[in-house]
Structures are given as C-alpha cells and as structure tokens.
Design a protein around this ligand. Structure first.
Ligand SMILES: [Zn+2]
Ligand SMILES: [Zn+2]
Length: 459
C-alpha cells in the first residue's frame, strides 16, 4: 500500500498531466456564464466530464446540481468536495453573456475547474484503492443570492423552498449522506496570500420592502397625496439612526437600496421599493438588527401615513470554518506554496451559503489566489490559471486523501468530537420561519388614536 504522502504526490502529478484540460474547463465556463438555478449548460459540462471519468452521478439536484460519487476500497465516512456553478450579473464585464448580462465576476468557474481537476487526479491515480469512505464531487447551484424576485416566483410555484443553492440541497436531502464538506473560493486579495482561511463570516437575512402611498398632482394638489418616497427616505434615516446601537463584535451590515423611487416627476410617488440585507456575525445579532430595521421601516410609513409591506426572507447562516479541516488545508497549502504563503484571518463580513452547511456538519471554505480585480466587478478575471484552476484541484484532492486514507482515521476523529450548531431539522425550521410578510399601515395606526383623543389633547 502506498503511503499517504505517495498517494498525494501521485494525485498531484496526475493533475499536472491534466493541466490543459482543467484550464479549458475553467476558461470555457468563464465565457459561458449562467446565473443561479439556470446553470444548465455548465451542469452539462460537469456531468459530461464525470461521464468521461467513469464517475456515476445524479443531475438536476436543486434544479441544476450535479453530484458524482466515488467509493473507496473500504466503507467509511463521506467527504463532499464542492464547486459552485453560478455566475453573477455584471453586464459590462468583458466576458459577460450578451443576452443575459451574466458574468463570472466571483470566480466560480475556477471552483468547477478545481473540482473537476480533483476528480481527474483521484481517478487517474487510482487513489480510491487507498481510501476508506466516499468522495462526492458536488457541483452546486446558486451561491450568489441574486434575482430575488425571480427565485421568489419559483418558491411560490413550489419549484424551490429556499433562494440559495445549498439550503435548497440540504432541504431536499442531498447532503444527508455527506459527513463533511469542503470547497475553495478564488480570491484577488493580496492580503490573503496564496491560501487563506477565515475563522468565520457573516450570515444575513434578505428584505424586500414596498412603501405604498397615494398618487396626486405634485404641483397642483400634493396635499391630496401620500408620498411613498418620503416614507422611504425617513425609513432610511431611521435605519441609519440605529447604527450607533450596533456593536463592533456583531459586525452588522445593513445596506439598503431603493429599486423603485416613483413613476413620474409630476406625480407624488405612490409606490417605492427597497431591498436590503441585514448581515451579522451570529443569528442572534442578525435577528436583533432585523427587528430594529423593521421598526425603522414602520416609522417611515407612520410619519407620512403610508403603508409599508415588509417581506423578510431567509438568507444564509454565518460561516464557521472547522478548525481541524483548517489545519489539514493549511498543512497542504504550506507544502504546495511554502509556509509564508498561508494567512489566517479573523472574521469576514461577506456571506456564503457554505455557512448553512457549516451549521450541520464540519465544513471548510478557504480562499486561494489566482484572480485579479475586485470581486463582483468588471475587472475580475483569473490572472494565473495554474494558481486559480490547478492548485485548488490539488488542494481539494489532498484534503480528501488526508481524511479518508487507510482506515479514514482523520475523518473519523473529526466526526467523533464534532457537535453541530444545529440538527438538520432545527436548521430547516430556523430558516423556514424567516419567511415573514408584515403589512404595517401608518395611517390606521395613528389616526384612531388622534381621533379618540389618546394623544393627550394638548396638541
Ligand atoms: Zn460572489
Ligand atoms: Zn463567490
């Protein structure tokens, strides 16, 4: 039996031999971007590559997910290696899809290249002979939480339960046979060096907000209208007034946008739409900030006698990277790039649905270099294909070997001591109860009290 280090070396050599093919996959997806839950062509490419390497797989999971299974020689735990299929919408990106505006401005194309590369390396080197357990190659849909109206439509039609890919896959039971999960996200941040792991990152809830007033002639009879834009503007100020109550350790981020500000300039706006996320480090902090945002929204409606509809939607859970998986990733990174090319950072304030996975099983979501330009911008691109596409393939495969080599002692050791944040059931209940719609009528709330003299009569 080959030693663990020999197995890893053989996999890396096999991956090097596949470098051209791996890079072609990454480049092909880069110029053929598809938005979440619509990644049909990308999923076909993944399924075709699994076919080519003799990996049995299921397709159409959570609409587009593809799950390949490779069993080791002996039974044992199941490790999922994950890559995200979806792109963003950045229509002026040079590699954007002309018809849809979709563009890979977050490097998920590199994740799929890395995932396929890891699969090729493990298959070509016949490493499964030395493993106890199962490696799952899981291409998952819709990490970016975008096109909310469209996805909400799918929820209402019963085609989705959640608005993100991994929550949906968890709900459908496609993580039930997975014991631990690992993915690698490309970064363009020089402070993170070639490889880096954060301890944690923010979770969030998403909010769709509609202020409803009454249209009137903006010049001739504004007193007959109820100005929904003024309600929204007061609500925004009221949200900003909460900020001094947010504590640093909670890392709250509230970043509303107005998506509809009115109709015509000479009409008092009768409908104004806003969206926001409420992000934070813990679920408790998110719920607390969310209650303050709701209060601020109602205040805007109350001030001008408008209505506000507040639709709160489950977002993603805060991410907690597993420290044991982090240690294994770090050791492999140091052997690939040298000890000074690994960085550990504290808490990050972005969000990922890998956070949801990390609530129910040991999970790892590290970063690796290879990209340039700010994330989610027109400048984002994979500037170093070996680092962006090939190195993550090696890193994923090496981690799978660490976990499952021999009798899978590493994986079994991690699972023995692991206590999940939540059971799957508790997680699903928590996320499901985030779906809430409130209609607050500012006029009804105020007028009866004024009429009945409850205001004290001293006005
Ligand atoms: Zn992103
Ligand atoms: Zn991303």
């Amino acid at each position: 039996m080959a030693s663990k280090e020999e197995v890893k070396k053989q996999i890396c050599e096999a991956i090097d031999r596949r470098q051209g093919q791996i890079e072609r996959i990454g480049d092909h997806i880069m110029v053929n971007p598809e938005l979440g839950f619509k990644e049909f062509e990308t999923a076909k490419l993944v399924a075709g590559t699994m076919e080519e390497f003799g990996i049995s797989h299921e397709t159409g999971l959570g609409i587009t997910g593809v799950k390949g299974v490779l069993r080791g020689k002996k039974p044992g735990p199941t490790v999922a290696l994950i890559g995200e299929l979806d792109s963003l919408l950045v229509s002026d990106h040079p590699d954007a899809d002309a018809a849809t505006g979709a563009a890979h401005a977050c490097g998920h194309n590199a994740q799929i290249a890395g995932l396929m590369g890891a699969m090729m390396g493990i298959v070509d080197s016949r490493a499964a002979e030395d493993l106890a357990g199962t490696v799952i190659f899981f291409a998952v849909p819709a990490e970016e939480y975008v096109e909310v109206e469209y996805r909400l439509g799918l929820v209402r039609e019963g085609k989705l339960s959640f608005l993100g890919g991994k929550p949906e896959l968890i709900q459908l039971g496609h993580f039930d046979d997975v014991d631990m999960a690992v993915m690698i996200h490309t970064h363009s941040d020089e402070s993170l060096k070639k490889a880096g792991v954060s301890a944690s990152s923010n979770g969030f809830v998403s909010k769709m907000i509609r202020f409803l007033g009454r249209a009137a002639h903006a010049g001739g009879a504004p007193h007959k209208g109820v100005n929904a834009l003024n309600a929204a503007q007061i609500a925004l100020s009221a949200i900003h007034a909460q900020r001094e109550t947010f504590q640093d350790q909670d890392a709250i981020r509230v970043h509303p946008v107005i998506t509809k500000g009115g109709d015509l300039v000479n009409v008092i706006p009768a409908e104004v739409k806003m969206e926001t996320y409420v992000r934070g480090r813990t679920s408790e902090a998110i719920l607390d900030a969310n209650a303050k945002v709701d209060r601020a929204l109602r205040a805007g409606a109350m001030a001008v006698g408008a209505k506000v509809e507040i639709e709160t939607l489950p977002g993603y859970m805060p991410l907690k990277n597993d420290p044991d998986l982090k240690d294994l990733f770090q050791t492999n990174s140091e052997s690939l790039f040298g000890a000074d090319e690994f960085s550990e950072v504290g808490h990050r304030t972005g969000s990922t649905d890998m956070g949801d996975v990390s609530h129910i099983m040991p999970a790892l979501h590290p970063y690796m270099a290879g990209a340039s330009g700010p994330g989610h911008s027109v400048e984002w691109h994979i500037s170093d294909k070996e680092m962006g596409y090939v190195a993550p393939a090696k890193s994923l495969a090496m981690l799978a070997v660490d976990l499952l080599y021999g009798e899978a002692d590493q994986a079994k050791g991690i699972l023995k001591d692991y206590r999940p944040e939540m059971s799957k059931q508790a997680y699903l209940e928590f996320q499901s109860q985030m779906f809430r719609t409130e209609v607050y009528d500012g006029e009804i709330d105020v007028l009866p009290r004024l009429k009945s003299g409850d205001s004290g009569g001293s006005l």
